[in-house]
Design a binder for this molecule. Structure first.
Ligand code: F6P
Length: 327
């Protein structure tokens, strides 16, 4: 029989993502609407271990829907990986009479939640918040759309200078083990090529492709590189390629953590609101140890163990289209 839920805790963990605040707001307000008490945990699992919980009321989450970052702060906790750390975290939750938790984060966050939920009887619901979009069980994660838009804005600017100087630019975007940000950015900026970990492209194939572009009178070229590419980051790949071109001057730009900040897009605010709302409703329906997600515009529930397997497929139609449109 599922337990009665009266007090819940919410936290953000792992890399921050634009829209996390909108998700916190949705959790707090949906909980309050249902007469639940909500506690915010600071700094993710670190704060859970150290007992950093404080009451969150509906007004505490006012004026945050448009803000990047996370009002609850975040961390990548090494201590939560240990059994001792998780025991301390459990004791903190007991001390505050917490009946259930809502975790907003990505792969590492749900890996921790999955282990914890097998050891202790406190239900967790996950809200996918990561710019990487690499969680199985949701078409989009909170923060992905904003990160892609930030990358697009940066690449648009790079195109201006690349065009003026006839340069070959390698632009590195984030996405630890996945090419979602890179692929979308490449399509939206009309990049000459995209290098992503999911698809093996050799240096020879890349040189060949870029040379075809020169023959077709491409005056400049931009290659988007996902940071997790097996051949290395943008700087290493540029190094391997540059001697093959005397026509182009080769340059590198790494967008980096710019992609993690900024005001969330409308898409991310809506997604975060829907998922935060759905997470509280899931707890009230007795669900536990699942990530809420959006699949074909409907709410779905995926066990943590499946969400984190790192096998969310890229859309192959997009990959093929990116190649065709870059001709
Ligand atoms: O998981 C989100 C992410 O931004 C990845 O794309 C990136 O590899 C990583 O976090 C960077 O982590 P940190 O902020 O700890 O440097």
């Amino acid at each position: 029989m599922s337990r009665e839920i009266k007090r819940i805790a919410v936290f953000t963990s792992g890399g921050d993502a634009p829209g996390m605040n909108a998700a916190i707001r949705a959790v707090v307000r949906t909980a309050a609407y249902n007469d639940l008490h909500v506690y915010g945990i600071s700094r993710g699992y670190e704060g859970m271990i150290d007992g950093e919980l404080s009451r969150l009321d509906v007004r505490d989450v006012g004026n945050i829907i448009h803000r990047g970052g996370t009002m609850l702060k975040t961390a990548r906790s090494q201590r939560f990986i240990t059994a001792e750390g998780r025991k301390m975290a459990y004791e903190s939750l007991l001390a505050y009479d917490i009946d259930a938790c809502i975790a907003i984060g990505g792969n590492g966050t749900f890996t921790g939640a999955d282990i914890f939920s097998k050891e202790y009887d406190i239900p967790f619901i996950g809200v996918p918040g990561t710019i990487d979009n690499d969680l199985y069980g949701t078409d989009f994660t909170v923060g992905f759309d904003t990160a892609v838009n930030t990358a697009i804005e940066a690449v648009d600017k790079i195109r201006d200078t690349a065009d003026s100087h006839n340069r070959l630019f390698f632009v590195e975007v984030m996405g630890r083990n996945s090419g979602f940000i890179a692929l979308s950015t490449a399509i939206c900026t009309g990049a000459g090529s995209v290098l992503i970990p999911e698809i093996h492209t050799s240096i020879e194939e890349l040189i060949d492709l870029l040379k075809k572009g020169v023959k077709r009178k491409k005056l400049f070229s931009v290659v988007i590189v996902a940071e997790g590419h097996p051949q290395g980051g943008a700087a290493q790949i540029a190094q391997k390629v540059k001697d093959a071109f005397d026509y182009y001057d080769t340059k590198v730009a790494i967008i980096g953590h710019l992609q993690r900040g900024g005001s969330p897009t409308g898409f991310d605010r809506l997604l975060a609101s829907r998922l935060g709302f759905a997470a509280v409703e899931a707890l009230l329906q007795g669900k536990s140890n699942v990530m809420v997600g959006l699949v074909h515009d409907s709410i779905s529930y995926t066990p943590f163990a499946e969400a984190i397997k790192n096998d969310k497929p890229l859309n192959n139609d997009l990959v093929r289209m990116a190649e065709v449109l870059a001709i």
